[in-house]
Design a protein around this ligand. Structure first.
Ligand code: DGY
Length: 462
């Protein structure tokens, strides 16, 4: 693997880039699951694994199916797919908070009772989208692979349905169609300014000292969430554990309770994929009616969260009973959900192309920063407060294609691949310099590169 120092030639052919991406996935391959990154993230992360399966499909559809089934085998009794499945072989000082800290099995009878243990949280539900993509690639390949993928979808379908049902019941007792998260880690966009106001209202109590192992694996602490953020993250974990992970008591007492529009939009797109999977798996008509209702409810819920001042969607703080109006990439939720109002789509595309996001003239590549440079919480090197995330570019590219925005999609793919020619497969990128930040050899970055490279549509040349 190239080092950052030697990786600036930016001249790989598509074949060379695909070969490098494949090497990253092999480097992180643990048999039937994949580490999110070699050092910083030595366990299986839920939404990482879904994106990884999309990339693996281009190397081996059976292995891609295994990635998802391995994750589903740790599903909670409630239907929750946990955000981390801990690798019992990972050195104890490699990641914090690890399995011992979470201690979910002794906290909740809904958690898997034996190792490998999991965390108590969940992450955005990209899984049905990934499962369908694996099936599509296998159908294209044909023969035994296509037959195996059919069996895979039959096996995966009940887990996916339970997972989505969990999100639309336990995480939406209001029936709003939108998912409530209990922790910024559930959003996947941990330190985004989206959460600043809601987190500021969380009063941190007594916390035992804890290590920041994550800081050992990045060049500079400024690329990761701050200690103050971490105090709040760990305090929220403590409260969730004190509640025995009981959803009803979390709902009643927990200080961080937010309707997350990005998570919800991904669920809506995943419900559309689930509907297709239900057809393929010949599921009962009753299930399909349920999923159609979920989609309709979700669209209505997202419409309520439209923020005309930003021309984006805003999250909603259930505790404070007010919208959280930061200008971040999560605001493109209706584009990701699909099927929304066409006037909103027009507004979203205008904002996407504007200097608030991909049209900012100072960007290294015209790729949307995770937080708008005009937002007061913007920090170009800090995790979700500004850097460009290839995996978000994939989600937006996929959504643009689904919305018929082929030209924009081709442009986004072209520049996203140009950014990855440095061969680092960084976790995220400084938007103005294009410098790779966070972890190198990040599995999901390699995975989305493989999917882009396999896509038939011609990328626009930067
Ligand atoms: C981390 O450790 O940074 C993760 O985002 C938490 O899941």
């Amino acid at each position: 693997m190239q080092t950052r120092a030697s990786s600036r030639e930016m001249s790989a052919t598509p074949e060379q880039l695909a070969a490098r991406a494949g090497r990253v996935l092999r480097l992180n391959d643990m048999g039937d699951w994949t580490r999110a990154a070699p050092n910083l993230y030595p366990h299986q992360w839920s939404w990482d694994s879904a994106f990884i399966a999309i990339g693996l499909a281009h190397l081996d559809t059976r292995r891609a199916a295994k990635e998802l089934l391995a994750l589903f085998s740790h599903q909670w009794r409630t239907g929750k797919i946990p955000h981390i499945v801990f690798n019992p072989e990972a050195p104890p000082e490699s990641y914090f908070p690890g399995a011992e800290h979470w201690a979910c099995a002794s906290t909740s009878s809904d958690a898997p009772p034996a190792p490998p243990y999991t965390s108590c949280l969940c992450q955005p539900p990209v899984h049905a989208i990934a499962a369908l993509r694996v099936w599509e690639v296998a159908q294209r390949n044909g023969g035994e692979e296509a037959i195996a993928a059919q069996a895979f979808l039959q096996e995966a379908y009940p887990s996916l349905l339970r997972w989505h049902r969990y999100l639309l019941t336990y995480r939406d007792p209001e029936g709003s169609g939108l998912v409530t998260i209990y922790h910024p880690w559930e959003s996947g966009t941990d330190n985004s300014p989206r959460w600043d106001t809601a987190l500021a209202a969380v009063e941190v109590g007594d916390l035992a000292p804890y290590p920041r192992h994550d800081l050992q694996h990045v060049a500079n602490a400024s690329q990761r969430p701050t200690d103050a953020d971490y105090d709040r993250y760990l305090w929220l974990v403590k409260l969730i554990k004190n509640a025995g992970c009981d959803e009803m008591s979390i709902y009643r007492y927990h200080p961080f309770l937010v309707k997350d529009v990005l998570f919800s939009a991904i669920l809506m797109a995943a419900n559309e994929a689930l509907l297709e999977i239900a057809e393929i798996a010949d599921a009962p008509e009753e299930d399909r009616t349920t999923v159609r209702n979920w989609i309709e409810r979700g669209r209505k819920g997202l419409e309520v969260r439209w923020n005309p001042d930003l021309s984006l969607c805003s999250d909603y703080d259930l505790r404070a009973e007010r919208p959280l109006s930061a200008c971040t990439i999560a605001g493109f939720a209706p584009l990701i959900a699909g099927g929304g109002r066409s006037d909103h789509l027009g507004d979203l595309l205008r904002i996407f192309d504007s200097r608030a996001f991909a049209g900012n003239p100072d960007l290294r590549w015209p790729l949307p920063p995770s937080t708008s440079p005009g937002e007061s919480g913007f920090q170009p090197r800090s995790y979700w407060r500004g850097p460009v995330w290839p995996v978000m570019n994939w989600l937006l590219w996929w959504s643009l294609k689904r919305s018929g925005e082929k030209k924009r999609a081709a442009r986004l793919k072209g520049y996203s691949l140009a950014q990855l020619l440095d061969g680092c497969f960084g976790e995220y990128y400084e938007p103005f310099t294009g410098e790779a930040l966070g972890s190198d050899d990040q599995s999901w970055t390699a995975a989305v590169a493989l999917d882009w490279l396999a896509d038939e549509e011609v990328a626009e040349k930067p």
